[in-house]
Design a protein around this ligand. Structure first.
Ligand SMILES: *Cc1c(COP(=O)(O)O)cnc(C)c1O
Length: 470
């Protein structure tokens, strides 16, 4: 007991710690409350260890000498943003957990301009009176897709909900059973349908639906036909689904609107770039779908948004639906989406400037040369006793519930740490200031170059040095 008391008296006072040079320096940059809390927590940790008899007097003194460094580390960690950049080494291009699509600097410049100044968000500069926030996007979406009218909401889930609620509330909506999909856990077609107030009528079977299945289900209370692009899975083998062309015939015969949830919303033919063909928004409009909805941040490569294109009579009604106010996009989204869409006026420019498309179409040669450069950076500064670095072939995924079968040949750098376990190394990489997210496979850490920028090589190097604990 006596000895313990003595040890407690060795712990420096909070005020003294506040004045230690290391911490005083930080106090100018970090809110005082963060500094004081960090000191208290480190001191409390010491007390706990003493109570648990973890220290001899000599060990405690040593630890107390290091206390300012421990406190500094705690302050810096506490002061980090909760939402922050990471390095995506997974190769999954549209990674839902890592922010889906990236916005480039040109787009960001426009956002800064609009956000740090007043803007004509809801102001008509010609008339000098109130305007509509949707007007900034309508023309360009119409130009690119060939639709009659367009509007934008917060995400595609909201777009589907708004379309169903406006066009088929209290009425029946016919959908193929094979298209009752779930996207990322929280979006399920039957649930969205229930929320919209429309009644789901599912027809056909899981693997086969025929046009007469739809036709048999149509009655005087049918509000719409819904086609959902099964963007995140495929039914293979003995299957058949009903094409837009066939649904168009039915829709005309019974005068019922046809809605299509396209999900990924691709605006250019990706098969030209060696990817699997994915139906484009233009195709759907051309084939006569009345309302098409799709995401802004999947294959389109823009900000999170839900885009609705199609017949003016329905979109005018949607604009008056009270849900529109709840789903409305803010000026950052409008600015980012307008900038993104402008690239699509020139396909070549779109593929070059939109990160998502750029990463999906990068060639294997380019990936190999990136992988070799990263390897070089790592081998230059990390001792081979600590780390083995190799360049290997692998495949990457598109992600975001898009093109689920696509396996894109890629190049990875693999890391085999010698002095720490792979699992600890992977965890340390995630713990680095700029977290590095990787894949572990057979005890090796994989960094897929498809989703890594050249400007991130130095970050990876520093992260690797940190993660090796040397
Ligand atoms: C991704 C997806 C959605 C949901 O879109 P969000 O923009 O994530 O809200 C809805 N339907 C389909 C078919 C999708 O692929």
């Amino acid at each position: 007991m006596e000895e313990k008391k003595n040890l407690f008296t060795l712990i420096p006072k909070v005020d003294d710690l506040l004045q230690s040079p290391l911490i005083e320096k930080l106090s100018n940059e970090v809110p005082r409350v963060v500094v004081v809390d960090s000191i208290r927590e480190e001191v409390e940790l010491l007390r706990k260890r003493i109570r648990e008899k973890k220290f001899s007097e000599a060990e405690l003194k040593e630890r107390i000498d290091l206390l300012p460094q421990f406190i500094e580390d705690r302050i810096l960690r506490k002061n980090r943003y909760k939402l922050r950049r990471v390095v995506n080494g997974t190769g999954v291009v549209i990674h839902t957990n890592l922010g889906r699509s990236l916005i480039n600097e040109e787009i960001m410049k426009n956002i800064i301009d609009v956000a740090t100044n007043y803007s004509n968000l809801e102001y008509d500069l010609n008339l000098g009176e109130r305007g509509s926030r949707y007007s900034h996007l309508e023309e360009i979406i119409k130009d690119i897709t060939g639709g009659e009218s367009a509007m934008v909401v917060n995400n595609n889930a909201a777009a589907v909900l708004l379309a169903l609620s406006t066009m088929a509330k209290d009425r029946e909506v016919v959908v193929s059973r094979g298209e009752l999909i779930e996207i990322g856990g929280s979006f399920r077609v039957p649930d969205v349908m229930a929320q919209s107030g429309a009644e789901l009528v599912d027809v056909g079977t899981t693997n086969k639906t025929h046009v007469w299945d739809y036709e048999n289900a149509i009655n005087e209370n049918t509000g719409a036909l819904l086609k959902v692009h099964t963007s995140n899975y495929r039914i293979l083998g003995f299957t058949s689904s009903v094409s837009i062309e066939e649904l168009k015939v039915l829709k005309d015969k019974y005068d019922i609107p046809l809605i299509e949830d396209l999900g990924s919303g691709v605006l250019i033919d990706l098969s030209k770039y060696g990817l699997e063909y994915e139906p484009t928004v233009q195709d759907s409009i051309r084939k006569g779908v009345d309302i098409v909805t799709f995401s802004g941040d999947k294959l389109l490569g823009g900000p999170q948004a839900g885009i609705i294109v199609g017949k003016k009579e329905y979109i005018d009604k949607m604009k008056k639906n009270p849900l529109t106010r709840a789903f409305r996009v803010d000026k950052f989204t409008i600015s980012a989406l307008e900038s993104t869409l402008r690239y699509y006026l020139d396909e070549e420019k779109a593929v070059k400037s939109i990160s998502t498309l750029n990463m999906l179409t990068i060639t294997l040669d380019q990936l190999e040369s990136k992988a070799n450069s990263l390897k070089e950076v790592l081998c230059r500064d990390v001792d081979s006793d600590h780390l083995e670095v190799e360049v290997v072939d692998d495949t990457s995924e598109v992600g975001g519930g898009s093109l689920p079968l696509e396996k894109l040949p890629t190049k990875c750098v693999t890391l085999s740490p010698k002095m720490v376990s792979s699992s600890q190394f992977e965890k340390n990489l995630r713990d680095y200031e700029i977290p590095i997210i990787t894949r572990v496979y057979r005890d090796k850490i994989y960094i897929d170059l498809r989703t890594v920028k050249d400007s991130e090589f130095e970050i990876i190097l520093n992260g690797v040095l940190y993660a090796l604990e040397i």
